[in-house]
Design a binder for this molecule. Sequence first.
Ligand SMILES: [Zn+2]
Length: 96
Amino acid sequence: MKRKQQRELVELTEQMINNVPQLPNQDQPPINADIALPDLPTLPPVDGASLPPLPMPGMAVPQKEANCLECAAKFTIKDLRLTKVKCPVCDAVVQL
Ligand SMILES: [Zn+2]
């Protein structure tokens, strides 16, 4: 009984030894490959100083000028989407 158990143990151990090392050698890359990858240090440094302070300098003052035909007043419209606006002087509707 004891010899048979030992022989089975030896066979099991031999099977494990023969089977286990084949998996990492075939499917997995060597462990050192991940450590030696030079991709991470090549990232450009984050430099916010080179960026302009405003996203679009041309859009800093979104306004245009309107002339009232009734009283000849000039005033500034800050909402460029408007197509008509009331004159702040005489309340006449000014087409933009
Ligand atoms: Zn007016």
